[in-house]
Design a protein around this ligand. Structure first.
Ligand code: SAM
Length: 395
């Protein structure tokens, strides 16, 4: 996946003429702050230069995470819209039966006309939403509001959006503190990416309630794919299920989470599998995934690096893999056009492929299940071959 061309170019132009050594220094300081000071309601970015460097260094990854999560969410709220769509193939997210009869995505609509991006930063989630909605026929332009506390972020976010006149016309920016301000209205889609983990745990409960209160259709929350990020997602899952929200993705069920902090189901399943395969083949025993002793639910997306990004991160490879955790809920009034069809199971780990067979670790309504799909399973095997961690899977 790549950032939209307009955004990529705008970021590069914005930093033109700046000394790479200075940018790297700022980037290192931002990384240090996020590592050591997150979760304390602190101000992580406050100067213009910091906001610019944040945009160059982090926007590709957070854009990728939100864009991937949105694809999975839209698949669950509008399953027939996505199968067979060119966009979907492009993102390489499909893992559905190939014989599902469905029309291409254009000509399909999605009931999202208004969007709130809360803690919008430099606008990564908004760019991702705008791109995802572009795959649908919209009868009227979507109205997006980016709510952000830091003036420097709002300025850079607004400037970058000017690179896409359509987006710029759809989006407005508002000064907003999630801890103290009220949201002025509700939106069909509320997104908050990489924000709630910055709050203290005591402030988070009220913030989650505020986001849900503002949601008329879908609420999507994306957090880093770390143990801490997943703990935030688990907390949100528990709170919103208790509030009666309908869970959309990634979970195939709304029962207790088998990987939530404190649960050891995945670890037990991994250890049992390891013991089993150690006996069977040494090749599988060498798989580092089987060494897991501690686990959390997260997915990953691969985003292309620009030359500038490689330079700022001292990276060799032309891509980065961003790990993220997410959760999406829906509020479905009786006459709503929204319908949910949750994944029947979700691929939790990288599929392990050996000759003629694929081992999958799946989250299912019955908990974590390990399954082996063999060549003789025909179509199921073909689908398993295309599967990635995070995909839905029917078997
Ligand atoms: C890590 S950045 C993520 C930005 C963007 N959502 C993304 O995915 O790239 C976190 C953003 O949340 C904002 N933020 C943190 N606490 C906030 C609060 N209490 N109210 C509003 N915004 C807040 C920060 O200013 C920052 O721009």
């Amino acid at each position: 996946m790549e950032l939209p061309f307009e955004l990529r170019t705008a970021i590069e132009e914005m930093l033109e003429g700046q000394k790479p050594e200075q940018l790297k220094k700022v980037s290192a300081e931002i990384t240090r702050r996020y590592k050591n000071e997150s979760g304390r309601d602190g101000h992580m970015i406050s100067s213009d230069l910091e906001a610019k460097v944040y945009a160059a260094v982090r926007m590709p990854a957070t854009y990728g995470a939100v864009r991937s999560a949105l694809s999975y969410v839209f698949e669950c709220i509008c399953s027939d819209c996505w199968v067979n769509s060119a966009k979907y193939d492009e993102l390489d997210l499909r893992c559905e039966p190939e014989d599902v009869s469905a029309s291409p995505v254009m000509g399909k609509t999605i009931p999202i006309r208004s969007v709130f991006d809360i803690g919008a930063g430099s606008g990564a989630a908004t760019w991702a939403v705008y791109d995802a909605l572009d795959s649908f026929d919209q009868s009227s332009p979507v109205q997006i509001t980016c709510f952000e506390r830091e003036a420097a972020m709002r300025k850079i976010g607004e400037d970058l959006m000017k690179a896409d006149p359509g987006l710029s016309a759809s989006a407005q920016w508002k000064k907003f503190d999630l801890l103290t301000d009220s949201l002025p209205a509700k939106a069909d889609l509320v997104v908050s990416s990489y924000v709630l983990n910055e709050l203290t745990s005591s402030a988070r409960g009220a913030a989650i309630a505020k986001l849900w209160e503002a949601t008329e259709g879908i609420l999507l929350i994306v957090e880093p794919g770390t143990k801490e990020g997943f703990a935030v997602i688990s907390e949100i899952r528990e709170k919103l299920l208790a509030a009666g929200a309908s869970l959309v993705a990634p979970c195939p069920h709304d029962g207790p989470c088998p990987i939530a902090p404190g649960s050891s189901e995945v670890n037990r399943a991994a250890s049992a599998k390891k013991a089993e395969v150690t006996r069977a083949t040494s090749a599988v025993a060498d798989d580092p995934k089987n060494e897991e002793t501690d686990d959390w639910c997260h997915f990953a997306c691969r985003v292309a690096r620009t030359r500038l990004h490689k330079q700022l991160k001292d990276a060799d490879v032309p891509y980065e893999d961003e790990k993220y955790s997410y959760i999406a809920f829906a509020r479905i009034p009786q006459d709503s056009p929204l319908t949910i069809s949750r994944a029947s199971s979700r691929v939790l780990r990288h599929p392990y492929i050996t000759k003629g067979q694929i081992d999958l670790t799946l989250c299912t309504p019955n908990g974590i299940e390990k399954t082996t799909v063999r060549k003789r399973d025909g179509d199921t095997f073909k689908r398993a071959k295309k599967c990635k961690q995070g995909d839905s899977f029917t078997y």
